[in-house]
Design a protein around this ligand. Structure first.
Ligand code: GLA
Length: 354
C-alpha cells in the first residue's frame, strides 16, 4: 500500500496546477511521528498527521486531488495575500492615491483578489529535515496593489509537535500586507464526521469586529463580554451558535477576534482548540493582533479528501491584521499597511498535544 506521502504526491501530481505544471511537495516529520506536508502552489500546508492513540490522525481538510484543489474557494491550507480577508469594494486610499484591487467576493475583495497568493507557484528557497522556506515576488501593480513586494514564509516542525510559521515581507511602496495561513482543522480527524461546532475553543480576546452582510467590519471593536463571542473561558463552539444577530449576519462565526496586546508576543498562548473527545489540543501563539475564527460556514459541497464536505466540517483560526484595515484609519498599526523599509516579521505557532 502506498504510504501517506506517496498518496499525497499522487493526488496532487496527476493534474497540472494553475500554471500548467505539476506541484512540488515537501514533507517533514519529527521524532514523535508527527508529519506535515506542503506544496509550492500557494505555499500550502496540505497535511498534518498526529500520532494519537497509536494511530496516525490527519487533522487538516484538503481537496482530494489537484483538479479539485484548483476549483475550490475554501483556500485549504494556503497562504493568502497580499491582503488576507476582505477589503470593502476592493478599494482603498494610500498617501492620497486611490487603488482598486480585484473584486472576487460579492462586491468586495477577498484574500488578495482574483489571482491571490494561494494560486501562485512559490519558489522553494530552502529545505531541510525540519524546515522549508517558500518565497514569492509580487510585482508593482499585481492585482492592483502598489509596490514590489517580496514575501517569504518559513514552516518549521519542532520535536515539541509545533508547526512554526514565520512570515516576512518587504515593499518598495506603501501597501496593504496581511499574510495568513488558511488551514482548516478537524482535531477529531479529517474523516471523523465531527464538526467544528463539537470542538471546544478558548480565545484570549476581549473584543471582536462585528460585520455587515458582506463581512466587512463596521469599524466598532465590540466587547465579547456577555455575548456569544465570549471565548475567554473554554466553550463548545456549538453552545451559542447562531444565537445573536452578529453571528446570523455571517452565517456563524466568521469574525476577527482582537487579542489583548500582551498576548501577541508570540510566546503566550492566544487560542486553545480541543477535539470533541479531548484527545487532541492545539495551542496557538502569534505576533498578529487578531485571529479570524471561521467555523466553516461556506464548506458545504466542497469536494474533500474523505468525502464532499458539509457545513462546519472544519474550522480555521487565521491569525491576521484587522479585515478592511486599509479603510479604517483609526485602527493604527492593526490596519496591516506596510511601508518601504518597514518591518513585516510575524510568527504563528500551532502546537499540538496528543
Ligand atoms: C475566510 C473568510 C470566510 C470565507 C473563507 C473562504 O475565512 O473569512 O468568509 O470566505 O475565507 O471560504
Amino acid at each position: 500500500m502506498a504510504s501517506h506521502f506517496e498518496q499525497l504526491e499522487q493526488s496532487m501530481d496527476q493534474t497540472p496546477s494553475f500554471d500548467g505544471q505539476v506541484a512540488q511537495l515537501i514533507h517533514l516529520a519529527n521524532d514523535n511521528g508527527m508529519t506535515v506536508s506542503f506544496m509550492d502552489i500557494g505555499a500550502t500546508w496540505l497535511s498534518c498527521t498526529l500520532p494519537v492513540k497509536g494511530e496516525s490522525r490527519e487533522i487538516l481538510l484538503r481537496s482530494p486531488n489537484m483538479a479539485e484543489h484548483i476549483k475550490q474557494s475554501a483556500y485549504f491550507g494556503s497562504i493568502v495575500g497580499r491582503f488576507a480577508n476582505r477589503i470593502a469594494l476592493g478599494r482603498f486610499e494610500i498617501e492620497g492615491k486611490q487603488y482598486q484591487v480585484g473584486v472576487n467576493n460579492g462586491e468586495n475583495s477577498l484574500h488578495g483578489g482574483i489571482d491571490g497568493f494561494d494560486k501562485r507557484r512559490w519558489a522553494v528557497a530552502e529545505h531541510s529535515a525540519n524546515h522549508v522556506v517558500f518565497r514569492l515576488h509580487s510585482a508593482d501593480g499585481d492585482q492592483g496593489y502598489p509596490g514590489n513586494l517580496d514575501v517569504s514564509v518559513t514552516y518549521t516542525l519542532t520535536d515539541e509537535n509545533a508547526l512554526v510559521i514565520g512570515y516576512q515581507a518587504s515593499t518598495d511602496k506603501t501597501c496593504p500586507v496581511n499574510l495568513t495561513n488558511h488551514a482548516y482543522f478537524n482535531l477529531a480527524g479529517e474523516g471523523s464526521g465531527a464538526k467544528s461546532l463539537d470542538h471546544q475553543l478558548q480565545l484570549n480576546a476581549e473584543g471582536y469586529l462585528p460585520t455587515d452582510s458582506g463581512l466587512i467590519p463596521s469599524g466598532e471593536i465590540k466587547a465579547v463580554q456577555g455575548t456569544s463571542f465570549d471565548f475567554t473561558q473554554p466553550k463548545n463552539i456549538g453552545s451559542e451558535f447562531l444565537t445573536e444577530p452578529d453571528q446570523k449576519t455571517a452565517g456563524g462565526y466568521d469574525h476577527a477576534f482582537v487579542f489583548e496586546p500582551q498576548v501577541t508576543d508570540g510566546q503566550t498562548v492566544a487560542a486553545i482548540l480541543r477535539s470533541p473527545q479531548q484527545d487532541v489540543t492545539m495551542k496557538v501563539k502569534t505576533t498578529k493582533p487578531a485571529v479570524q475564527f471561521y467555523s466553516g460556514n461556506f464548506l458545504a459541497e466542497t469536494p474533500g479528501l474523505s468525502k464532499t464536505y458539509e457545513l462546519y466540517d472544519g474550522l480555521a483560526l487565521e491569525t491576521q491584521f484587522f479585515p478592511d484595515g486599509p479603510n479604517k484609519p483609526d485602527w493604527g498599526v492593526n490596519r496591516g499597511v506596510l511601508t518601504p523599509g518597514g518591518s513585516y516579521q510575524h510568527q504563528t505557532v500551532y502546537q499540538f498535544e496528543c
